[in-house]
Write a protein that binds this ligand. Structure first.
Ligand code: CU
Length: 155
């Protein structure tokens, strides 16, 4: 019994060493070796190439003639939005698409006080407001009575 425990301990210490050395290798060699040594799964997720938009404009760079940022929020009959938070960039027009479940009650009205937005989706139809957030920050979107709540994160 004692011997078996000792063996397990040695194996454990060995593993710690291997992981520590591996970690050092990653941090000290900045560049190509670390990249090639990465597990294969991470390579597939490249956000810049997987552009879901229709236009083939340069990805991600918010130039002066940038495309509007399309945002979709839906008020659900369960009493909340389908997205508690949406992310946009400052200085680029936002097209805020709002829909609501017909059973969403007061959630069929959406306001974004900081941008003077007020939308009502009475029977589930889509309503759109366009505005340009100039200053980074966190701006609330909510129903008229502040029961449905979400945050527009501008960065
Ligand atoms: Cu409400």
């Amino acid at each position: 019994m004692k011997q078996k425990e000792l063996m397990l301990g040695i194996i454990g210490i060995g593993l710690v060493y291997i992981i520590a050395i591996w970690g050092l290798g990653f941090s000290s060699s900045s560049g190509a070796p670390a990249q090639s040594g990465q597990p294969g799964g991470a390579v597939a997720a490249n956000p810049s190439t997987g552009d879901s938009g229709a236009s083939g404009a340069s990805p991600g760079t918010g130039g002066e003639d940038a495309q509007p940022q399309e945002v979709y929020v839906k008020a659900l009959s369960t009493g909340s939005y389908d997205k508690a938070e949406v992310q946009v960039k400052a200085g680029v027009p936002v097209r805020f698409h709002f829909t609501a479940d017909p059973g969403a009650g007061c959630g069929r009205q959406l306001v974004i006080p900081d941008f003077g937005v007020r939308l009502v989706s009475q029977g589930g139809e889509e309503q759109v407001a366009t505005f340009t957030p100039a200053t980074p920050g966190r701006y609330a979107y909510r129903c008229g009575m502040n029961m449905f709540r979400g945050v527009l994160v501008v960065s």
